[in-house]
Design a protein around this ligand. Structure first.
Ligand code: G3P
Ligand code: MG
Length: 248
């Protein structure tokens, strides 16, 4: 099966360097900065709703505190998710996955949804995420990727929605990365650039897999990865990377 179109630049948590991560403002910012897709993180609230947030707790990226898994959607929606970043973004909310999908459809942005489950909710988070894609992301729009560090989440995504492309995220690839990816039916590998060498990058491409590398903010690193065959660079600063790559 051939790989879908993949953009060179994917905004990390929206455009994390210039807007509060994982908010609608951050998604809009990524579009403005020239990203083709965005990457964002999905967790479940206490009442099982999918929201965009990276950490297990609310403390760093909202004006609330405590564990995401112990708060309802209503609790979380009452929080400010923008003011911590800059007063300019005060009033931003933690978006639901449905809201984020609607905005991306409106903006013409594709996406890489990272299933980022709270411990013990791996399969449930995956199932809710792929169900939202089925419900809110028409097949006529660009095919997305769902990815995770968590093998249990990837298995659950595969079982619930085998047709949705899956990506295997790793800090550093182990020697048996190919077997692991195949056993999960993953068609893309998402390593950190810090743990990736040229031979492995080229082997991933030779194996017919897509290579999406994070979090690439330096133009010289971006160039090297593209030379090695990387398909997409997941970056906090789409504008900086796009400008630099376009001019040389
Ligand atoms: O999807 C790649 C990257 O986002 C994984 O790390 O911690 O930024 O979600 P993290
Ligand atoms: Mg992520």
């Amino acid at each position: 099966m051939s790989l879908p179109f993949l953009p060179r630049i994917i905004g990390h948590r929206g455009a994390k360097a210039s807007a509060p991560e994982n908010t609608l403002a951050s998604i809009r910012q990524a579009k403005t900065e020239g990203a083709g897709w965005v990457e964002f993180d999905v967790k479940l609230t206490a009442d099982g709703e999918a929201v965009l947030i990276h950490d297990e707790t609310l403390d760093r990226t909202t004006d609330g505190c405590g564990k995401v898994r112990e708060r309802t959607l209503a609790d979380i929606r009452a929080l400010d998710a923008g003011g911590w970043f800059s007063p300019r973004f005060a009033g931003e909310r933690v978006p639901t996955l449905a809201e984020a999908l609607a905005l991306m459809a409106e903006l013409g942005l594709g996406f890489n949804l990272e299933i980022k489950p709270c411990p013990g909710r791996e399969a449930e988070t995956a199932r809710v995420a792929v169900a939202a894609i089925a419900r809110y992301w028409p097949a006529s729009l660009p095919a997305p990727i769902v990815s995770s560090f968590q093998i249990e989440a990837l298995r659950a995504a595969r079982d619930a929605a085998p047709h949705v492309m899956r990506g295997y995220i790793v800090e550093k690839l182990s020697a048996n990365w190919r077997t692991e990816a195949e056993s999960l039916g993953c068609r893309s590998i998402h390593p950190s650039w810090r743990g990736l060498d040229e031979a492995t990058a080229r082997a991933i491409k030779t194996a017919g897999l897509a290579l999406l590398v994070w979090t690439v903010n330096k133009p010289d690193v971006a160039r090297r990865l593209l030379d090695w065959g990387a398909d997409s660079l997941i970056t906090d600063a789409p504008a900086a990377l796009a400008g630099e790559l376009a001019t040389k």
